[in-house]
Ligand binder design. Structure first.
Ligand code: SF4
Length: 376
């Protein structure tokens, strides 16, 4: 007997749930390039890009990425700097570094296998890419969600893929107020997803429930009155839809105060690469002094003349207050870790979105200083 235990319904079974969900999906789903392919490499790239990124924002990045790196070998062979440059503006740069590392891991592993003579294979992506959940899970930057998504979408293996949209749908269907982003919550919803999964058609099921969460069972004001899954939905019946899903309390946002100096001499400027375990590791930016709040306020007046922009930049747990000072100098100063580059060559370096914003402002407001030829 195949009753739908999770949804506590005596009358509804999984078959009717699958039918209603997939009927909705067949009519309403978006055509997305990474859902039209079975190539695990491209599905992996899309899943990493779409973490913390909306589909409309991620689409261009995805297309550019797979055009420049059409397979795992080309990604593995690229420099980290080139990968970061293609990722520029997307944020969460550790995702790009992990992609690059994982590509090298996949290709090196494949080469070792070949050299050992254990198995011969062609150089096609599909032949070297991991094809089980456990192998996928070993790749840097691949967690349970991403491994499940690649396993289901590329290989049609019976694994649930729980992204934020799916957590929301499951929390509402089962009227569960367990915080989904805690260890306990993840286990709880994973159990539900395992139970609910259509093991005959995992690819279709995972696609449908993710799309349903993304397009229909949306965070604010979903159209429950006309919902095709309304009859299964415990939150609807208990009038708790707007309260779900529950998250754990967010950590306090930390404020940081950054003063950047754009030294300009003969069309050149100074930049340095960020190192250490901090935001934007390995990205390039202008020379920086980080100060505390009192220093930030105290220095404001004396820096007014040089200041070309004061920007606030929000990251997940940090709010950055950044001031950009323009200093036209007779000679670029020697600053440890900095190198001189032509302003026009900044495009060749991977810059954070904040630095990009400042670069655009500087070009627009101080172009005559930055590009001396314009002045002649
Ligand atoms: S009834 Fe409302 S809350 Fe329930 S699944 Fe449908 S859209 Fe989501």
């Amino acid at each position: 007997m195949f009753f739908f235990v999770i949804l506590h319904s005596k009358t509804m079974n999984k078959d009717s749930f699958y039918r209603d969900l997939t009927t909705w999906y067949d009519v309403n789903h978006r055509i997305l390039p990474w859902r039209e392919t079975r190539d695990p490499y491209k599905i992996w790239i899309s899943e990493i890009i779409l973490q913390q990124t909306r589909v409309d924002q991620g689409m261009d990045y995805y297309l550019r990425f797979v055009e420049r790196f059409p397979d795992v070998q080309s990604l593995a062979a690229a420099s980290e700097d080139e990968v970061l440059r293609l990722w520029q503006g997307l944020g969460y740069y550790s995702r790009a570094r992990n992609l690059h590392k994982a590509a090298q891991y996949v290709v090196d592993g494949a080469q070792c296998t070949m050299h050992d003579g254990a198995s011969a294979h062609s150089d096609k992506t599909n032949d070297v890419f991991p094809d089980t959940f456990d192998e996928l899970r070993q790749l840097p930057g691949v967690g349970d969600y991403t491994a499940g998504a690649i396993a289901a979408f590329a290989y049609d293996l019976p694994h649930p893929a729980l992204d934020g949209n799916v957590y929301r749908v499951l929390a509402r269907l089962t009227d569960s107020d367990i915080a989904f982003d805690t260890t306990q919550g993840k286990k709880h919803f994973h159990r539900i997803a395992e139970e609910l999964l259509d093991r005959q058609h995992p690819r279709q099921f995972d696609s449908a429930i993710m799309e349903f969460g993304a397009l229909y069972c949306v965070p604010q004001h979903p159209d429950c009155e006309h919902c095709p899954l309304q009859v299964y939905c415990q939150a609807y019946q208990h009038n708790t839809v707007d309260l779900l899903p529950v998250r754990k309390p967010r950590p306090k946002v930390r404020d940081r105060y950054l003063i950047y100096t754009l030294y300009i001499y003969a069309g050149k400027t100074l930049i340095h690469q960020r190192m250490g375990n901090d935001i934007w590791k390995h990205l390039w930016e202008f020379p920086l002094e980080e100060v505390d709040e009192s220093m930030w306020k105290a220095s404001k007046k004396e820096q007014t003349k040089q200041c070309i922009a004061e920007l606030t930049h929000q990251l997940s747990h940090q709010r950055l207050h950044a001031r950009f000072l323009l200093q036209e100098v007779k000679q670029l100063p020697e600053i440890a870790g900095c190198k001189a580059v032509d302003w026009c060559e900044l495009d060749d370096y991977a810059l954070s979105r904040l630095t990009l914003r400042a670069t655009d402002i500087a070009t627009a407001t101080a172009g005559r200083i930055i590009f001396p030829k314009v002045r002649e």
